[in-house]
Structure formats: C-alpha cells, structure tokens
Design a protein around this ligand. Structure first.
Ligand SMILES: C[S@@+](CC[C@H](N)C(=O)[O-])C[C@H]1O[C@@H](n2cnc3c(N)ncnc32)[C@H](O)[C@@H]1O
Length: 263
C-alpha cells in the first residue's frame, strides 16, 4: 500500500541545496563504497553493454561502473544532478530522472544498481516492479538498502533513542521504511527474479569513522524534529551529537542489506 506523505525526499529533508548535504553524502560513500564496489566487482563476468545507476547522489558508484565496464554505456540518474560530473568518463551520462514517475524501456539494461533509494520511496513496491522490467533477460540487479535493526541493540540509551528517532521522523515526513529491506529478497523473488542472494553489513558509528560522521550530520539535519518526538529528552540530541564528535562512543550504525538477483 502506498502511504501519502506531505513531502518527498529532497523537498525539505536532505535537499541537495543544503550547505552540508554534499559532505554528508560523501561520508556515506566513504562508509559504503568498499562493500558496494566489492559486490559489483564480484559479479560473474558477463558482457555488459548498458548499466543503470539509480539515484547516483555524488556519483561514486556510477564512476566505478564506468571504469569497470569501459565498453558499456552507463546511465546514472538522480532527482538533482548538482553533485555529478561525468567529464572524466566518456561512457557515463547523467540524466535527471524521478524513478517514481519517469521510465525506461523494458529490458534496456544488463546491470542495474541502486543504493539507499527504495526505503525512502512510499511507492517502493511499484518502483521495484518497474526496475525488474527495465532489466534485460540475464541482467543483474544489485540493490543496497538501509536497515535500522542494529540500532535497537545499541547500548548507549541516548544514541539508541535518537537514532531510532531519525527513522521515526523520516517515516512521518517522507514515508521512509527501514524495516522493509529484510523483505527485499522475498519481494525480488516475487518479481520472478532468480539467483537471489542477500548479504548484510553493519559499519560502526564512532566519531572518526565515515558512518559516525554521516550519522552525526544526519542527526544534526533532523535534530529539531527528533527533539519534538515523545520520549526524547531536551538534551538528548545535543548529547548524541557531542558523543559522535569525540572518542568514547562505539555503537552499531545502520545495516546495509545487499540483495543481488538475475532476471
Ligand atoms: C541517501 S541518498 C543516496 C545516494 C547514493 N545512492 C549513495 O548511496 O551514495 C538518496 C539519493 O536518492 C535521490 N532520490 C530520492 N528520490 C528520488 C527519486 N524519486 N528519483 C531519483 N532519485 C531520487 C536523492 O536525490 C539522493 O541523491
């Protein structure tokens, strides 16, 4: 079921025009790229002529795909292209594309990757069906989505409450669902894809790790809304930002659920 939210990703939440958004997304890339690159590099060697990177953000995965598949045409999309520069990669093009309303022809890509996208889209089930159709027969799908379950196990109470508060605010504002990624292997199989595999990774949130930086900036961005949630004390958000800014706190960050499949 699609829930109607007052706003969408990028309207006021995580808009690319925000002063720190590029730095926040670059911290995310530093935390996640090693796993993404290892997954993409480990795919069986098959001819790849057309790749699609959905919601490219700052473009680190799109550039990697262009370098790994020099004979392929890589199309990378986002709602907002301001952080993307394809000048060093002749086989890479950036296209403004809203995955909830814009399309591609059926069977037009041999490899499709998206990271931290579908959780933020209330229409994720329909979009997943579209993505499956855009894959050519034999094409590979790699989806990496953020899951909140490790945060329930955090030992620092303020960190746990504020971190879970991030997901509550995102669910209420834009319809994010970070419980959903554990459904993803079943949903992908339900779309008729085969060879479905799932891997879960969980980087640590410490002040000087990329995930620690990303999470501190995320909490800063949503701080006033988190502070207004029931059960959050007046100092909880500033306490957690402070603990993520210096040595001491060592807690699980979000998990990344990576699902690969073949059409
Ligand atoms: C959390 S960021 C992840 C960026 C990148 N995939 C990464 O992992 O580094 C989410 C990205 O999705 C893009 N996005 C959000 N809604 C979108 C939509 N409906 N269509 C295309 N891109 C979208 C945002 O602009 C943003 O760049």
């Amino acid at each position: 079921m699609t829930t109607r939210n007052a706003e969408r990703y990028g309207d006021t939440v995580f808009g690319h025009e925000d002063a720190d958004e590029r730095e926040r997304l670059e911290a995310l890339c530093a935390a996640l790229d090693p796993v993404s690159f290892a997954t993409l590099d480990a795919l069986p060697r098959r001819p790849v002529r057309r790749c699609l990177e959905l919601a490219a953000g700052t473009g680190s995965v799109a550039r990697r795909l262009a370098e790994r598949h020099p004979a392929a045409q890589v199309t990378a999309t986002d709602l907002d292209l301001r952080f993307l520069d394809a000048s060093d990669h002749p086989n890479l093009e950036y296209v403004r594309h809203d995955v909830t309303s814009d399309s591609f022809p059926d069977a037009s890509f041999d490899l499709i990757h998206a990271r931290y996208l579908l959780v933020h889209l209330p229409e994720r089930d329909r979009v997943l069906a579209d993505i499956a159709r855009w894959l050519a027969p034999g094409g590979r799908l790699v989806l990496e989505e953020s899951a909140l379950f490790p945060l329930w196990a955090a030992r620092d109470e303020a960190y746990r409450k504020v971190s879970l508060g991030v997901f509550t605010v995102l669910a209420e504002r834009i319809g994010t669902d970070c419980e959903w990624p554990l459904d993803l292997p079943y949903d992908v199989a339900g779309r008729g894809l085969t060879d479905v595999e799932m891997r879960i990774t969980c980087p640590t949130a410490v002040h000087d790790t990329p995930m620690g930086r990303f999470w501190r900036m995320t909490i800063q961005h949503l701080g006033p809304a988190i502070s207004a949630l029931p059960g959050i004390g007046p100092d909880d958000v500033t306490t957690v930002i402070d603990r993520l800014s210096r040595p001491g706190l060592i807690e699980p960050g979000m998990a990344t659920v990576t699902v690969t499949a073949t059409r």
